[in-house]
Ligand binder design. Structure first.
Ligand SMILES: [Zn+2]
Length: 656
């Protein structure tokens, strides 16, 4: 019988996980052996009779758990982008065990006693040591035995609930789909789209995407169908309301155990924001202007429609106004946004101009699905940098949205170079080229910004590799990369007609940029409403139970001054996966917090001549290459030469 492929390092280039050899039955044994191996390693560190040093304690911890790391990295990547019933079962089984495992390391008293004695004068080591201390304190290392026992219970229950929440959502995407019998109800869609929605039983099913305002709302001409689709969207996975309320209560209890007034205060303490007041001050500057903007937009849309509009009408009529005012038509743009060309002549091209890197496809290296492409990335001098995997297409077994993750963390400690993946959810055409919408092009540049953060990482320790920075900082480099989407030299290079090769006509390009500030009131309110909802759930005091989650939601939006009747939050509680199924609880504010830094940086690039090699080098050296190996705001200051200011963001969003 073949050995479990996770037991030894991969022999593929860059230690790319050997997906062709990995089978579902390998995961559980590898997880369990990995945890056992790491516990033995940690016991040896904690029980050492040598005086504690950085190397025999912190670096030794960084060196521990290699099997577990390899297994978890591959497994969670697959669980997000290529899941199955078997994978979901494994996830359910292993999640609480993993929580227990990490608790048993961070609540190990002998280990904690040694960590407290370590000293170092090296700045990178000192920063990592500080991170370890924070991690341990925040995990409860200083609590009594009884308190720690309760903490372990809370963590396990939270991990179980979070898996349940995510799995209910994945099921709801198809189970709560809009089903129609008469294809005439789908008027507004292209015929090929209608055909692709046809089921074996002759009905047509439109699956739900993972946010409130389904993109189809901008096309469907039948108002009643739009209302039905919208109601399915906001009402999906109703069992998740109770799960969310329970999770919020458990998180508040955990925060109290750890000495914080609420979960939000606990979360932001190790972010760049540091305090709830800082977050609330920034959000407070945005709510009023955003609501006024959205109000103006709603009036304009009512004028276009001839009646007061409802939330399910907004995307449809805003698309009409956009067409009328800017003559902006997504379907007229799409022939100029062909997927491969967008990457080769847009995303890779811009990275080449800025950072000198080149990309070469490696068809000999396999991903976990035939649609995944693998590229080797080279420096300007031809030396090898890492691997970039692209998984562009939507699948029923892939979670919604777009994201980046690492398959191998760069670290000098192990001499490992980075392997990173970008996931998108583009609909795969039945045949012919894949044409993208403008939004999808922007998302592709965004995710690639995360990929660069991972690829350029040049740090010693895996704990702080690449995108291992605070959540309210991590979106910043990816948002900066969006600036190249419409940068004239880049756009001219990639936006070419997929059949004729003709560049996008100048008038279309003008429309593209002229429409940039359009609908910003809606977008900002939709985002802020979700942010303030996240915030309300996580500022609950310990013991404050929410019996009716829907009523709580409505009251929270009202209280925050963000309850615009025609604009619902981008996510409601029942499908707010960011905060109940992944790591963004009390952290959804991060996107706009990061955007302050992003808007500042875009201004810097523009002041310095834009797409130039020296500019890329400066950004890479001061910021991208540093990962989480120093205080992120000091990296920003080294790059920008000053403290961040909010004004460039206000201008960009039309809020000044
Ligand atoms: Zn992002």
């Amino acid at each position: 019988m073949a050995e479990n492929p996770f037991f030894a390092p991969s022999t593929l280039p860059y230690e790319l996980p050997p997906f062709a050899e990995i089978r579902e039955e390998h995961y559980l044994p590898a997880f369990r052996r990995g945890m056992a191996e790491q516990l033995a390693e940690v016991e040896a560190i904690a029980g050492s009779t040598e005086p504690p040093t950085f190397d025999n304690t912190i670096a030794a911890l960084e060196r521990s758990g290699r099997i577990l790391d390899r297994t978890a990295t591959a497994f969670f990547s697959i669980a997000s982008s290529n899941s199955s019933d078997g994978i979901m079962e494994i996830e359910k089984e292993i999640s609480p065990e993993l929580t227990r495992h990490s608790d048993s390391i961070r609540l190990d008293r002998a280990l904690w006693a040694r960590i407290k004695q370590v000293t170092t004068s090296d700045p990178e080591e000192a920063w990592l040591l500080q991170k370890y201390r924070e991690d341990f304190i925040r995990a409860g290392a200083d609590l009594s035995e009884t308190e720690q026992a309760r903490l372990r219970e809370l963590n396990e229950e939270l991990s179980r609930l979070s898996t349940e929440f995510a799995q209910a959502l994945l099921k709801a995407a198809t189970e709560a789909a809009l089903v129609v019998e008469d294809p005439a109800e789908l008027d507004g869609f292209e015929q090929s789209r209608i055909d692709s929605l046809r089921q074996d039983d002759g009905t047509y099913a439109l699956p739900l995407l993972n946010f409130t305002a389904q993109p189809a709302l901008s096309q469907l001409t039948n108002r009643d169908v739009r209302r039905r689709l919208f109601e399915l969207s906001v009402g999906r996975a109703p069992g998740n309301f109770a799960i969310a309320a329970r999770m919020a209560a458990l998180r508040a209890e955990r925060a109290a155990l750890l000495g914080f007034p609420d979960h939000a205060s606990y979360v932001v303490a190790d972010q760049t924001a540091k305090t709830v007041e800082a977050v609330e001050e920034m959000l407070g500057q945005l709510v009023g202007p955003a609501v006024r903007n959205a109000g103006r937009e709603a009036e304009e849309l009512a004028g276009q429609a001839g009646f007061p509009i409802e939330p399910w009408d907004w995307p449809y009529y805003s698309e009409q106004v956009r067409k009328a005012r800017y003559d902006f038509d997504d379907s007229a743009m799409r022939p100029y946004f062909e997927l491969e060309r967008v990457y080769r002549d847009g995303i890779f091209f811009a990275a080449g101009k800025l950072y000198g890197v080149t990309f070469s496809e490696r068809p000999d290296l396999g991903g976990y699905h035939p649609d995944v492409k693998v590229f080797e990335v080279f420096e300007e001098d031809g030396s090898a940098l890492g691997l970039f995997l692209l998984d562009p297409y939507a699948r029923a077994n892939k979670r919604g949205g777009a994201w980046m993750n690492n398959l191998v963390d760069q670290s000098l400690l192990f001499g490992l170079r980075p392997v990173v993946v970008n996931n998108l959810n583009v609909t795969k055409p039945a045949s012919g080229p894949t044409l993208l919408t403008y939004d999808e092009v922007t998302t592709a540049f965004h995710e690639f910004g995360h990929a660069l953060h991972g690829l350029f990482s040049q740090v010693r320790f895996p704990r702080v590799s690449g995108t291992s920075v605070p959540r309210d900082f991590v979106e910043y480099p990816s948002q900066v990369n969006e600036m190249w989407v419409t940068w004239p030299e880049v756009l001219a290079n990639y936006a070419r007609h997929h059949e004729t090769g003709e560049p996008m006509p100048a008038e279309l390009v003008e429309k593209l940029t002229a429409a940039e500030k359009f609908n910003q009131g809606f977008k900002t309110v939709e985002y802020l409403a979700a942010t303030l909802l996240d915030w309300a759930w996580h500022r609950l005091a310990p013991g404050e139970e929410v019996a009716d989650a829907e009523a709580f939601e409505a009251a929270a939006l009202e209280r925050a001054g963000i309850a615009v009747p025609q604009v619902r939050p981008r996510y409601r509680t029942n499908y707010f996966a960011h905060i109940f199924a992944s790591g963004y609880s009390a952290g959804y504010y991060s996107y706009i917090w990061s955007e302050v830094l992003d808007a500042e940086s875009v201004e810097w690039f523009k002041e310095n001549g834009g797409l130039r090699r020296e500019n890329g080098e400066h950004f890479r050296r001061e910021l991208l290459s540093r990962g989480g190996s120093l205080d992120p705001l000091s990296a920003f200051r080294s790059f920008r030469g000053r403290e961040p200011r909010i004004e460039p963001l206000l201008t960009r969003r039309g809020l000044d």
